[in-house]
Ligand binder design. Structure first.
Ligand code: ZN
Length: 335
């Protein structure tokens, strides 16, 4: 895959995650040469404190200003946001970032970054599309023109690489795979519906599966790690117990892997990817989680024994994928 011409200058990329706003400086070769982070503002924020997106724009601005020391004030800025972003950069709906739903984030940032001179160019993109671009150019999706990026974090994001390009859809909303319905009678989702895939297969989903097991008395080791209260069990307690070899916790990881594979099999029926890249905080559990996912995928995908195998691999750029991809978008010249 040819990627010329290369971008002419360094850029700042910022990824707005569920817990942190992470920024990087990416040079013209795609190397990360600076990093800064602040906590993501609590969500939802009480109404009446400013136009939508105010707090998020303030947090992104803080990160960008810190990185401008390294990159220079004129460096283009890319921002990855979770949710339904239209082709004009308007954040139409963000179920995991309610305070920014209905905001023109690029406009808010240009206002804040302008100061006395002209503001740098600001390019806002969907966060999973950013991760997909970064993995395609620099990471685990190199060498294929048809891949699926899935970010398993607080929620689930999807970035579709089809025919070598990021698929955006008619309005820009393609790849919202976390909100595929897998059980319409399932638990409520922040999007307002029930039983979305991300209720089961995300970090939040792991916590939910674990609390179910804990309350049923199946996870004494995990409950001990959570301080003795089953209601306090979180995903990280399960992954820690599982890596220590606790059979109860390992069973929860197998269950999680089944839910992840269910969604991957459904998306595969639509897209037929050559490779599936898993990123986001959840994949820090590594093989504990990847192995059961691969096994379940083979059982769930159509024509498993007959079709060529589909690789399921971990993202190469880790937690930085979204921020790096946002910088690549801002640089231009890569796609
Ligand atoms: Zn949903």
């Amino acid at each position: 895959v040819s990627r010329t011409p290369r971008p002419g200058r360094a850029a700042i990329g910022v990824d707005i995650g569920g817990t942190k706003v992470l920024g990087v400086v990416v040079d013209t070769e795609g190397h990360v040469v600076g990093e800064a982070r602040v906590p993501t503002p609590a969500d939802p924020i009480p109404a009446g404190v400013g136009p939508p997106g105010t707090e998020v724009a303030d947090a992104v601005t803080e990160v960008v200003v810190r990185l401008q020391v390294e990159a220079g004030r004129g460096a283009p800025v890319g921002v990855g946001v979770p949710g339904m972003l239209d082709h004009n950069g308007f954040l139409v709906f963000a179920p995991n970032l309610h305070s920014a739903t209905g905001s023109d984030l690029a406009g808010l940032l240009v206002e804040r970054l302008g100061g006395e001179g002209a503001a740098p160019p600001v390019d806002v993109q969907n966060d999973a599309n950013c991760a997909a671009l970064a993995e395609h150019i620099l990471g685990a999706a190199r060498g294929t023109d048809d891949a699926l990026m899935v970010t398993l974090g607080t929620g689930i994001g999807g970035g579709i690489i089809a025919g070598g390009a990021i698929a955006l859809g008619a309005r820009g909303f393609a790849g919202e795979i976390g909100h595929m319905l897998v059980d319409p009678t399932g638990p409520p989702c922040p999007c307002g519906r029930r039983g979305c895939w991300e209720r089961y297969a995300s970090g939040a989903g792991l916590g939910l599966l674990a609390r179910e097991g804990a309350l049923a008395g199946r996870l004494p080791e995990v409950v001990a790690l959570a301080g003795g209260d089953p209601e306090m069990v979180r995903g990280e307690h399960v992954t820690r117990a599982a890596s220590d070899g606790d059979p109860g916790a390992r069973a929860v990881m197998v269950e999680l892997g089944w839910w992840v594979a269910l969604g991957l099999a459904n998306v595969t029926a639509v897209l037929d990817p050559e490779r599936i890249i898993l990123g986001g905080g959840l994949v820090e559990a590594g093989e504990l989680f990847l192995d059961p996912t691969r096994r379940a995928f083979l059982e769930l995908v159509e024509g498993s024994a007959e079709r060529p195998p589909i690789e399921i691999v971990l993202a190469a750029l880790g937690e930085r994928a979204g921020a790096v991809g946002a910088a690549l978008f801002a640089q231009g010249g890569w796609v």
